[in-house]
Write a protein that binds this ligand. Sequence first.
Ligand code: URA
Length: 261
Amino acid sequence: MESLSDSDAALAALAWQIELGATEAIGNAPVDRYSLAEKALAARSAPSAQKAPVAPSPARVSAEVDAVAIAKAAVSSVSTLEALRDAMVGFEHCELKKGARNTVFADGIAGSRVMIIGEAPGRDEDREGRPFVGRAGQLLDRMLGAIGLGRAENVYITNVLPWRPPQNRDPKPEEIAMLRPFLERHVALAQPQVLVLMGNISCTAALGRRGITRMRGNWEEALGLPTLPMFHPAYLLRNPQAKREAWADLLSLNARLKDLT
Ligand code: URA
């Protein structure tokens, strides 16, 4: 059999890696994982031996990409909402983006006194590219309308994550952390007077805590602003008995807005 040249062999090895699904380089230097595994085995079977230097695990190798630091750098020079949207569209470090049809940035009137922060787009939002347009969004519109607020007039709406998680699963802590710099900048540029956090995910992102059943209705400070945690409208659709508390929270929001005028 004819032997392959070095470059042909390297190309064939690369094609094989791609076939196996390894389509992304995660480090500048090659890592021979066979020899790492052998060393780890040898170290384990010689307990009295001096501690061998720890080989980088795959997790540590990929952690070389600090997505939070990259996100902070991406927003640091952004001074308009349009530029923030562009920076978000250009951010390639969140896996969710790969499965999403759209980057769902915001809806409503930028500069409104009230900024609503939801969790993440669902199927309808992903399809339309706007937050809160499905059933939960329609309930949100009715809730806001009940105290004279509307997204076409005086509310600005966004989400913690701009990309739909697969099967609407909960966002992972690392996804929330890497998108948080965008959220901080978003709030700073939209300049609302108050924030409303819809559900546990937005409480986690903005306040660093969850526990919406205890937190709802109690004003806090997040990102330098008075902030009201509320039940998420999707929760209210599943638990209509909780609409009573949601109504009390809407009245509290209304009263706060009156105080601030
Ligand atoms: N739920 C959210 O939290 N946000 C949306 O945009 C839609 C549903």
